[in-house]
Design a protein around this ligand. Structure first.
Ligand code: ZN
Length: 214
């Protein structure tokens, strides 16, 4: 557990270094046999440690001196809904949040949208932060996807492990920034369903080394 908690603290600092978490506006967790371990409420990058991470069940029972992130419902609901999710990252990163504040999805303006599992990244309906209603809205928007925006709030994503979830968050923020930049200069051309199908097919073989000769 302590190695996982230390990895969570390192990932929190990595997101802070990338300006993905500003003044505690973000949280992250990893799945455990008992449920999950999650960053505490009011975490700060300059003082976060593995010892501050909060082990808890997916039903909300936690132990330790600190209270879990106020968004623990959203993290727990994602682990319950998506068995392949090994880690969850939630932030108010600028570009994702700007788009979410327009109440818009991230459309297929770039082939890399395929990385998130579909042809777009949806924007979940608004619900008050920290509620089960927000957790339900996020799970619905994540169907078939590894990431979604949260209306007038931010973004949330999951990955098979902590490194994958952090990478997904960084990539989504970069794409959201590129989309807003393109939109500020004109009307981005969207890729057709056929072009996105081809991108998905390409991704299925992308990054796989051919089997080494015997
Ligand atoms: Zn939030």
């Amino acid at each position: 557990m302590s190695a996982l908690a230390d990895a969570l603290a390192a990932a929190y600092r990595r997101l802070d270094d990338a300006a993905m978490i500003v003044a505690s506006a973000g949280n992250l967790s990893a799945r455990t046999d008992e449920g999950m371990v999650i960053s505490p409420t009011g975490a700060r990058a300059d003082s976060i440690t593995g010892a501050a991470m909060v082990p808890m069940t997916l039903q909300g029972t936690h132990c330790g001196a600190l209270l879990p992130s106020s968004e623990w419902h959203m993290h727990a609901a994602i682990y319950r809904a998506f068995p392949a999710a090994g880690a969850v990252v939630h932030t108010h990163a600028d570009a994702c949040t700007a788009l979410a504040c327009l109440g818009e999805r991230l459309p297929p303006f770039h082939y890399m949208l395929a990385e998130f599992g579909g042809d777009d990244v949806r924007c979940a309906a608004y619900a008050t932060f920290g509620t089960e209603a927000l957790a339900d809205a996020a799970v619905a928007a994540l169907a078939g996807r590894s990431a979604c925006l949260l209306a007038s709030h931010g973004m949330i994503c999951h990955g098979r492990d902590l490194d994958a979830a952090v990478t997904t968050a960084l990539r989504l923020e970069s794409l959201a920034r590129q989309y807003l930049l393109a939109r500020s200069a004109g009307r981005p051309k969207l890729l057709s369903p056929a072009r996105m199908r081809a991108a998905h097919a390409r991704y299925r073989s992308y990054g796989q080394q051919p089997e080494s000769p015997a």
